[in-house]
Design a protein around this ligand. Structure first.
Ligand code: SF4
Ligand code: SF4
Length: 436
């Protein structure tokens, strides 16, 4: 019996080699003629989440059925299954690094649909991130982007000043001592020696911290203010910790795990120690990074990190004003951030009716996830979204500043769901909550 099993394994293994070999041969583009750096192949072959490694892929294709890149290209090598096969071949030496291979590994939007589809428990994105780490030194195409991000995120005030100059936004959220307060409320605020800002309502029901993230801090401060306003209105003391740095996702996506790890360690040191009910972010991707991806980067997670929508809607901390569901105006269409649904596992669907938001006929990824690594793919995915949302007309509502940037670049009118919720939360309810 043992011998039969061994033969079956050997046959399965040789079939894997054949299909990987074929997939490798179909890659276009020049071979890079270079080898991976020492240790990179071993790292690729290490077990990941749930004790699963590249060898455990059963080739069932469940992940591929949900991949937006496979849907768009119809090409196996652009599917999660294909990428895992290529990475296995790369790690074992059967597939050499080439331009075609880089294109497959860096075009993925890291949406995470494949991570929730695998019956074996494999998380394909984990290996795609590792593949990017392994290939980064051979990848001259994205060298400039990596350098710019290293410099820009290392000195965010400078980098974002440039971004603000271009976009016309005026101020940083975290630099303002007094955020815009809910109308009709007079909430005292104080600055602590630790560098944290703490804003306390008259009668607090709990305490939360805000992880603003680069986009809400520097480019869309009004979104962060809407969040603070709503947390105060719901009766929460709000902590804005000093020293927050980028969540690290842009660096991680480019294969710069070491640099992203340094950002993760810094945030973990600040946010991991706070005595708060939750660390709430107006950016789904930031919350996902803090909670789900920090363990592989920094050996620990901000376990109580949550997307703002998840915190406010999911636990019934938000009640829209009467008549909100019937309110007239432009049609509101929901754009689901991938990292909210597939990364954090929060389904906003049941709450959308409360806010008069419709779901589109066809849901999908906006492509922002590959904006820095494969602009062409990112634009193709955006075009598809623009086509769908233009057909549905109205304003596109979402929970991720990154999705907003992407969708607006495609000419769509967008709004963060927190803005809508802030408007919908009646002042009278806030006053009642704050009374006494
Ligand atoms: S993360 Fe998304 S785009 Fe990338 S392989 Fe998985 S499903 Fe496809
Ligand atoms: S769903 Fe899992 S086992 Fe099936 S092909 Fe994808 S990674 Fe492999």
């Amino acid at each position: 019996m043992k011998r039969v099993n061994e033969k079956a394994k050997a046959l399965a293994s040789s079939m894997k080699d054949i299909s990987e070999g074929l997939l490798g041969k179909l890659l276009e583009g020049n071979s890079l003629g270079k080898n991976l750096e020492p240790g990179a192949a071993e790292r690729l072959l290490e077990e990941g989440a749930n004790g699963c490694g590249l060898e455990d892929c059963a080739r069932c294709g469940s992940c591929k059925a949900r991949c937006p890149l496979y849907d768009m290209t119809g090409n196996e090598a652009f599917s999660p299954r294909g990428r895992l096969m290529l990475l296995r071949g790369l790690a074992q030496g059967g597939i050499p690094p080439s331009e075609g291979l880089l294109a497959r590994i860096f075009s993925c939007t890291l949406c995470g649909r494949c991570d929730v589809s695998c019956p074996v428990g494999i998380k394909p994105t984990e290996f795609i991130y590792r593949g990017r780490d392994a290939l980064r030194k051979l990848d001259s195409k994205r060298l400039l982007t990596r350098t710019a991000l290293r410099v820009g995120l290392g000195r965010p005030a400078l980098g974002m000043s440039a971004a603000r100059f271009i976009t016309g936004f005026k101020h940083d959220l975290l630099r303002r001592i007094v955020p815009r307060l809910p109308q009709g409320l007079n909430i005292p605020e104080r600055q602590l020696k630790s560098g944290h800002q703490v804003i306390t309502p008259k009668k607090a029901v709990g305490r939360v911290a805000v992880f603003a993230g680069c986009a809400a801090n520097y480019l869309m401060p009004e979104t962060g203010e809407d969040l603070i306003s709503m947390l105060l209105a719901a009766g929460y003391e709000v902590v804005l910790p000093g020293g927050e740095v980028c969540c690290g996702m842009p660096l991680r996506g480019l294969g710069l795990a070491d640099e992203a790890g340094k950002f993760a360690e810094k945030n973990l040191e600040i946010f991991g120690k706070l005595n708060v009910e939750a660390v709430v972010s107006p950016c789904s991707t930031c919350a996902y990074m803090l909670k789900k991806r920090y363990p592989e980067l920094a050996g620990g997670a901000v376990d109580n990190a949550m997307d703002a929508v998840e915190f406010l809607l999911g636990a019934d901390r938000f009640k829209p004003g009467p008549g909100m569901a019937e309110k007239a105006g432009p049609r509101l269409i929901w754009h689901e951030p991938c990292h909210l649904k597939y990364g954090l596992g929060f389904n906003a669907g049941p709450f959308l009716r409360l806010l008069n938001i419709d779901k589109p006929e066809d849901e999908g990824c906006c492509g922002f996830g590959s904006f820095l690594t494969d602009k062409e793919t990112s634009q193709e995915m955006l075009s598809k979204r623009v086509e769908v949302y233009k057909k549905d007309a109205g304003i596109v509502v979402t929970a991720c500043p990154g999705c907003r940037i992407q969708l607006e670049s495609g000419g769509l009118k967008t709004m963060h769901i927190l803005e809508l919720m802030e408007k919908a939360f009646p002042v009278s309810a806030r006053q009642e909550k704050m009374a006494g």
